[in-house]
Write a protein that binds this ligand. Structure first.
Ligand code: SAM
Length: 252
């Protein structure tokens, strides 16, 4: 697969780890009473959500699927380096829908990744979720705050992260490229304090990554998923996410 995140690869984990520290605690309710079976983290990236998924689904095996080699290397290192995750998490190279969903799942998590799927891929995703999940099986997906794309001037794209003497910043801007699409431009900066009298910061490195994104708001997700018998579930989803459940009359 060609790399979407290419230049951003070294920094992706810093910011997603910080983001999941805010969102992750909300996963407990979402996964706790889902039926028995494996939990899939589709588009797992560097695995920033995995410690939270593992804590929310104790005793379950997890599957982390990630197509980008650079991100998957971080993911594999994260899993291998964690005594709690290593025996439970299987890491796979996979691209949906070229690689279909496994059939023994109880829940699927798509975090910060639904916008990579075009409408036909989303339809296939809902169809396969309805096919492989048992009744009551859960699907947690990220959703856009708005139903329609709008341009956004450059603004902080994440909370800055300090590592040693260096501070890592992410700046995001997007242009509307279609009725449902935007192109994100992410600018990453590495800064270090100067030793001079001005006491300012020096930019050590700057990288830019751009990628296309389908804007999918909660109304569209509910409508698309309902066509396959996936309906909103009762537990409150973490902010920016929507939780769906396979209803009893969903197609198999
Ligand atoms: C912004 S990252 C989010 C990573 C992770 N889910 C998280 O929240 O920390 C989006 C991820 O989706 C993956 N991705 C993009 N298209 C995909 C596809 N067709 N199938 C599976 N994963 C995909 C990317 O490689 C990337 O790792």
């Amino acid at each position: 697969m060609t790399s979407t995140y290419g230049p951003a690869t070294p920094f992706v984990h810093l910011f997603l780890r910080a983001a999941w520290q805010r969102t992750g605690p909300g996963l407990v309710q979402v996964l706790a009473d889902s039926p028995p079976g494996r939990v899939l983290d589709l588009g797992s990236g560097t695995g920033a959500a995995l410690p939270w998924i593992a804590a929310a689904a104790p005793g379950r095996d997890l599957l982390a699927v990630e197509p980008e080699e650079g991100l998957r290397a971080v993911l594999l290192a994260l899993v291998a380096g964690d005594d709690g995750l290593r025996p439970r998490v299987t890491v796979l190279d996979g691209t949906f829908p070229r690689d279909p969903l496994p059939t023994d799942l109880a829940a699927v998590v798509v975090g910060n990744a639904l916008g990579h799927f075009d409408p036909a891929q989303r339809d296939e995703f809902w169809r396969q979720c309805a096919q492989v999940l048992p009744a009551g099986g859960r699907v947690l997906v990220d959703v856009a705050a708005h139903e329609d794309p709008s341009p956004s001037p450059e603004a902080p794209g994440a909370v800055p992260v300090q590592v040693g003497r260096r501070r890592y910043e992410a700046w995001a801007t997007c242009d509307v490229t279609g009725l449902q699409t935007v192109r994100w431009r992410m600018r990453y900066q590495v800064l270090e304090p100067t030793t001079g009298a001005d006491g300012g910061d020096r930019v050590i490195e700057e990288r830019v990554a751009s990628y296309d994104w389908w804007v999918v708001g909660p109304r569209r997700v509910r409508t698309e998923a309902a066509a396959h018998g996936l309906v909103p579930a009762a537990p409150a989803a973490p902010e920016g996410c929507l939780l769906l459940e396979k209803g009893r009359r969903a197609r198999r």
